[in-house]
Design a protein around this ligand. Structure first.
Ligand SMILES: C[S@@+](CC[C@H](N)C(=O)[O-])C[C@H]1O[C@@H](n2cnc3c(N)ncnc32)[C@H](O)[C@@H]1O
Length: 371
């Protein structure tokens, strides 16, 4: 797989990123809420220029297009996604579509808002792509991206390992889907307001090869962008601002450092969407982030069969994580113990009553302002 997402989608002629938007008002309301949390009142996008990377079949772009931007350019390398976009926006003069790889896209223009939703984590070189994508933001313009880290993705990393334990990764898509659907649909049912079809979720998150790609965490993004961008907002939100604005009077406004400080006091909340913890120490935040990044590395190693890590390393790592969070998050610790024991044996008949209800806050949305 040379280009993540694109090669898998195009090889199988799929775009597994659909959403249930039958209730279009509900869909618009959730997109409005997202923009609100990110600090971008939708009214401000009217007459602005917007560039979007990886819109897929355009379900989310319908909302952005409705906000009347002056121009709205969209780039995607998926054939099925691009054809759907062409159909969706066929009579829109302010909209331009590009069937291109991100890496190969170039234009001598800058935009007020640049969006890359759901397409930077799980790239081979997410930081390099992030820098390329962010180079299209106008001065004082806004960048919106999504991130995922070991903590937020832990429950899904372990769901991938269920498939790996069943040892069906070399079977056809259809065979894998038929075996995995009964397992994951009961898990997905516990997610309130899930808007993606079960098969799309399985194809994108479980069956798609992810063993050679990377996650992309908020601290990594801040580090990569800090010379040119200031952290603005995020969903979920964790930043606080207690400084007097008159004290913030230099070009570097320190928003990145403030964001990082508060991030590490709240990042344990990314592990389980059912709970909102009070602030914890940065030390535990940093430690859990590192342990869960190791879980991701172990999963990649098991899928690559490279023997850098083994199943025993996974069991040790999970034992450590559950013991560290046991007091703060007993239900999550219980779910980890349950899946740990399941993975040791891999008995498909054994129910996962606790684990099936555990999901992390998988993706985070982050907005930045260019200096
Ligand atoms: C997981 S989908 C996300 C779709 C949509 N933004 C969403 O959040 O529902 C990722 C999209 O990015 C596109 N994509 C990913 N990497 C790409 C690349 N290197 N070049 C072009 N398109 C890419 C894929 O084709 C796909 O449509």
């Amino acid at each position: 797989m040379k280009t993540p997402f694109v090669d898998f989608y195009n090889h199988h002629n799929i775009s597994p990123v659909k959403q249930d938007i039958q209730d279009i008002e509900k869909h618009y309301n959730r997109r409005e809420s997202l923009y609100h949390i990110l600090g971008i009142p939708p009214i401000l996008l009217s007459s602005k220029s917007i560039l979007e990377f990886g819109p897929g079949s355009g379900h989310n772009s319908i909302y952005t297009a409705k906000l009347n931007p002056d121009k709205y350019y969209l780039i995607d390398g998926s054939k099925v996604g691009y054809d759907a976009l062409k159909e969706l926006f066929k009579n829109k003069n302010n909209i331009k579509l590009y069937y291109s790889l991100f890496e190969e896209f170039n234009l001598n223009e800058k935009f007020d808002l640049v969006i890359a939703e759901g397409c930077l984590p799980h790239q081979k070189e997410p930081i390099r792509l992030l820098k390329h994508i962010s180079s299209f933001v106008n001065q004082k313009g806004i960048l919106i991206i999504t991130t995922a880290n070991g903590i937020s993705y832990l429950s899904e990393t372990l769901r991938r390992l269920i498939r790996d334990k069943l040892n069906i990764q070399n079977e056809t898509l259809e065979n894998q889907l038929n075996q995995l659907r009964p397992i994951y649909s009961s898990h997905l049912k516990t997610l309130k307001n899930m808007s993606r079809p079960v098969d799309d979720w399985i194809l994108d998150n479980i069956i798609q090869p992810l063993n050679t790609v990377k996650l992309l965490s908020i601290p990594e993004v801040i580090e990569a962008l800090k010379d040119e961008f200031e952290f603005y907002n995020s969903s979920p939100s964790f930043k606080e601002e207690w400084r007097w604005y008159k004290d913030i009077n230099t070009e570097d406004k320190g928003f990145n450092n403030e964001a990082l400080k508060y991030y590490y006091q709240r990042n344990l909340n990314l592990i389980d969407y059912r709970f909102n913890l009070e602030k914890h120490t940065s030390d535990i935040g940093i430690e859990i982030e590192s342990l869960c990044q190791t879980t991701w590395n172990i999963m990649c190693s098991i899928e690559n069969n490279d023997m850098v890590f083994t199943w025993n390393d996974l069991f040790e790592n999970l034992n450590l994580i559950q013991s560290k969070i046991n007091l703060l998050l007993p239900s999550t610790a219980l779910a980890i113990l349950e899946i740990l024991n399941w993975l040791k044996i891999g008995d498909i008949e054994k129910p996962l009553n606790n684990f099936s209800q555990w999901w992390g806050r998988g993706s985070q949305y982050v907005s930045f302002i260019k200096r």
